[in-house]
Design a protein around this ligand. Structure first.
Ligand SMILES: CC(=O)SCCNC(=O)CCNC(=O)[C@H](O)C(C)(C)COP(=O)(O)OP(=O)(O)OC[C@H]1O[C@@H](n2cnc3c(N)ncnc32)[C@H](O)[C@@H]1OP(=O)(O)O
Ligand SMILES: CC(C)C(=O)C(=O)O
Length: 558
């Protein structure tokens, strides 16, 4: 089935004729004013709106993130929203540096109730809106341009009158020409100018003009042009905080907000992790952290991003997508081998004081309180890098390179059999089974060693096929002597050792690569508190593996 032809049903959004636009050359060097509308636009979009308790918990989280302007409801729409505003004020829940905001339609009864809800507030933003685009004028209101301007002006006048009568509150006025992004620019300007002419803001007492993409209908560059046009043409611009309120219908709300800020917007309204009507409001967390990764502090605190996500998910009853920027479960995870390899090398070379430069990771997960353990996960697409990284991070085992290659085949076998992702514990189990298994033919028990200056003699007590045996040998060093004691055709090809942990709990890990009876080389691993014992165990591990592989061990000691 093909999609039907769209030409007769949809048409391209016209570009703005703004030849001398300046925003493409701008960079963002300071954060905008952030406004969270989680408790209003976010809440009105939920299947089940939040309870008062959830709203209060969410409010505290938003405050904890450092957001200073918070739209807390639409108090004239429901008793629940009205009561929540009252609770915030009466219980003195609003910190001194935070301002609550409420939304109202431009209708007298609704405006009166809205202002009533704010009685006793120290400072409050009253947010008035009415839709201005041609289709809304025609379909929803059946009104002319003049009538739409008149609604906005009347609403503003009433709010002015009611707020003037309550000087105990510091009032801030916000006006939104709803559906701005679909409206004619000259008309949007006309409405906004008419409203600000009534409110009479000053540079000292600014009002907010908020230009929403109520529905995102164009590419973000067009929205940026619309914002730059308004930024240049609005009357009383020096007395206006220019705000944007992008929705995400085309999936480009973040880009739209960023370009809008480059185009002159001072303030951004959105929700944490992008909840909101339909495809959501712009995600404030992504915006803030995008800035952070450019070296600009957003003025917000997401240093424990998982805690913020937990609250938002529980209050909204909507999970955050596993691939959501910065916060999703999988965004600091690499499954594919080449990515894991690059990340592992990046972590190893990262200068803790230097610029962040770990490949594939645009941000240090630790800045967000995310753990490095989660960075690399292993499935059938993974190479050796991921599994060895996990072994090192979780169990302190630093496998030499050729052992990494050998071991990755063993893990790959398990994954091919199960088809599942494996975690650090699973990988360690495979490692144990392969190299540290106590069930091999030879088991180390104890040893004695003599060093007379000219050479070393060892006597090793071992269990062979369940029976105790004593192996004796001499050589240049302990390992040489032990290999001689085994009486087998063994060549030591490679040797590595390192400490695991520190202090009294420290142990030694020893890796040997042997060629037994002229066959292919293979590794053995030994771990013990004593480095010599670890090396003997490593040799037995390799010999046991050789025997397991069914190779002939012809000259074995009896
Ligand atoms: C883009 C946004 O997110 S805007 C915010 C939207 N949020 C909400 O609407 C949530 C809460 N809203 C509600 O509970 C209700 O809509 C209320 C209580 C505000 C109003 O309810 P009602 O009085 O039943 O009106 P209703 O919801 O049907 O609104 C439609 C009427 O409001 C008018 N209207 C819509 N927006 C506005 C506005 N901004 N200013 C003035 N009138 C408006 C419409 O023209 C329509 O009038 P009509 O009935 O004469 O045709
Ligand atoms: C009220 C306005 C700002 C709004 O929510 C929108 O246009 O999406």
């Amino acid at each position: 089935m093909m999609l039907p032809h769209p030409e007769n049903k949809y048409r391209a959004f016209p570009p703005v004729r703004l030849a001398d636009r300046t925003w493409p050359d701008k960079t963002i060097t300071a954060p905008p004013v952030w406004m969270s509308t989680d408790l209003r636009d976010g809440n009105q979009a939920l299947i089940e709106p939040m309870s008062a308790a959830s709203k209060m918990r969410f409010f505290d989280t938003i405050v904890g993130c450092g957001i200073k302007e918070i739209e807390v409801g639409f108090p004239s729409a429901s008793q629940a929203d009205f009561d929540f505003v009252r609770q915030l004020i009466e219980q003195d829940r609003v910190p001194a540096d935070v301002t609550i905001e409420v939304l109202t339609q431009a209708r007298e009864d609704l405006i009166r109730r809205t202002i009533d809800s704010l009685a006793g507030a120290r400072r409050a933003i009253v947010h008035l809106y009415n839709a201005v685009s041609p289709s809304f004028r025609r379909i929803v209101f059946n009104m002319s341009r003049e009538e739409v301007v008149a609604i906005a002006v009347a609403g503003t006048r009433l709010i002015r009158e009611l707020t003037d009568a309550r000087p105990e509150t510091e009032w801030v006025f916000e006006y939104s020409p709803e559906t701005f992004s679909m409206a004619e620019l000259d008309f949007a300007r006309e409405v906004c100018d008419a409203v600000s002419a009534v409110w009479q803001p000053t540079p000292e007492r600014k009002m907010i003009i908020n230009l929403p993409s109520t529905v995102e209908v164009s590419t973000p560059n067009v929205y940026a042009d619309q914002i730059e046009w308004m930024h240049r043409h609005l009357a009383r611009r020096d007395s206006i905080v220019l705000s944007v309120h992008p929705h995400n219908d085309r999936g480009t709300a973040v880009a739209a907000a960023e370009l809008a800020v480059m185009a002159g917007a001072d303030r951004v309204e959105g929700c944490l992790f992008g909840n909101g009507e339909r495809t959501g409001n712009v995600d404030l967390v992504t915006l803030a952290l995008n800035l952070y990764t450019q070296g600009v502090h957003p003025g917000l605190d997401f240093s424990d991003i998982d805690e913020v996500r937990k609250c938002v998910e529980e209050c909204n009853q909507i999970p955050v997508h596993p691939r959501h920027p910065y916060v999703g479960d999988l965004v600091f995870t690499a499954f594919s081998g080449s990515h894991q390899d690059a990340i592992k090398k990046g972590f190893a070379q990262q200068d803790p004081q230097g610029l962040w430069e770990v490949p594939y990771l645009p941000i240090d997960p630790a800045d967000l309180g995310r753990s490095y353990d989660a960075v690399i996960r292993v499935n059938s697409q993974s190479g050796k890098g991921g599994m060895t990284y996990l072994l090192e991070q979780t169990y302190g085992l630093k496998l030499p390179r050729r052992l990494q290659i050998e071991f990755s085949r063993a893990v790959q076998r398990v994954m091919d059999e199960t088809g599942k992702e494996v975690d650090a514990k699973d990988i360690h189990a495979v490692f144990e089974e392969e190299y540290l298994s106590p069930d091999g033919a030879f088991k180390y028990h104890a040893h004695r060693m003599q060093d007379d200056g000219s050479g070393v003699k060892v006597q090793v007590e071992a269990i062979r096929h369940g029976r105790p045996v004593t192996l004796s040998g001499a050589g240049n060093g302990p390992l040489d002597a032990f290999v001689a004691a085994l009486g087998m055709d063994i060549r030591l090809m490679d040797y590595h050792e390192h400490a695991i942990g520190g202090g009294s709990d420290a142990r030694a890990a020893c890796y040997v690569e042997l060629r037994v009876n002229g066959g292919a080389t293979l590794f053995g691993v030994g771990i013990d508190e004593n480095i010599v014992t670890a090396s003997f165990k490593a040799v037995l591990s390799a010999v046991n593996r050789d025997l397991q592989d069914g190779r002939e061990a012809t000259a074995m000691a009896a």
